[in-house]
Ligand binder design. Sequence first.
Ligand code: AMP
Length: 404
Amino acid sequence: MKQVLVLNCGSSSIKYELFEMDQGRALEAGLVERIGEAKSCLKQTSSGSGTNWPSRTTEVSVPDHRHGIDMIRRVLSENASFDGGRHLVGIGHRAVHGGETFSRPTLIDDQVLAAIRDLIPLAPLHNPANLVGMEVARAAFPHVPQVAVFDTAYHQTLPRYAYHYAVPQDWYDSYRVRRYGFHGTSHQYVAKQIARHLGRSADELNTIVLHLGNGCSASAIRGGVSVDTSMGLTPLEGLMMGTRCGDLDPAILVHMGKQAGMSLSQLDTALNKQSGLKGLCGVNDMREVMAMAAGGDGAANLAVEIFVYRIKKYIGAYHAVLGRLDAIAFTAGIGQHSPEIRARSCRELEAMGIAIDPARNTAATGSETSEIQTVDSRVKVLVVATDEELEIAQQTLTCVRDAQ
Ligand code: AMP
């Protein structure tokens, strides 16, 4: 039996999931939260599958990431199948920003850590936390190969005209300003699931993947290769999100700086944390927003209208980019679980060969891949459950094997 541990280290949290790789089955998962705060906590979900796992929350003291990873190692040791880590063939780390340096999963060594450190200016919040996790995990599991799997890597195939911004060339040359795209692991996993479900090879399919969670992104995938994506230098661009604005006229920043006296850091906070659904109606959770809208709240109703309108615009744009479109996939929290958002995003697209069947749409649970288009729809519309951790585990295993 081969096992892979996936770690996702944030600034104050570590998510982990242990996989048995012969069947791609999760054995144990959990989250250490509020690291460094007075009351940290460990949430464990074990021996089951998906979101219905039994879960246990324990208050613990976790002063730093080293203690967090030690705790995860102890928790794993309680799982009989872990067997002291004897079957662990690799540890996969979710890494947010790989810049132009990393276009594939990469075995971690000192040079790789230095290169990720060099990319901190592009992801000042995420890359330092990822680095701490990698360093601590290397010390805790010194004999296990460790792999960095980058959120940006899948989109490194974008053509230059898609990733360049029309700004002074020096911004790219000196400051690495370009579109990188994020959620790459999810887009890649979903593209493969679509091909598997349709019984086709990924390289013969043109698809649009709509990852609609608290963060939202769209991608245009031609023959399994990402050719455009909505997030940019940072995850702020593109679709409207829970707390992020998505696309906007950059002159708005100048306007608000001059007129309202907002500083760069205030603008950054406003656009990343106080915009999107939250900015428009005070709440960032789509379930709550939709309940408010259904209860007659005009601001919530407008927020949902803008949300679906922007998805529709990206479907149109990426259909044009791809020319021939075979499938659209909805994934992540909103994409998998909201028939209403799916239906409204594709409303009146029949002329483009896209039509959703209401009964199939309502019946799709989001836990397994299902088709929701009408019999006449030229384009397949699918609901796909994303699994970024499993994709990271699989890429880790492949990378470790290739290195042997
Ligand atoms: P994620 O970031 O993928 O976990 O997705 C989180 C988002 O999915 C939140 O905005 C949730 O409100 C939303 N979500 C989850 N279930 C539903 C649902 N049944 N209907 C609408 N939105 C949902």
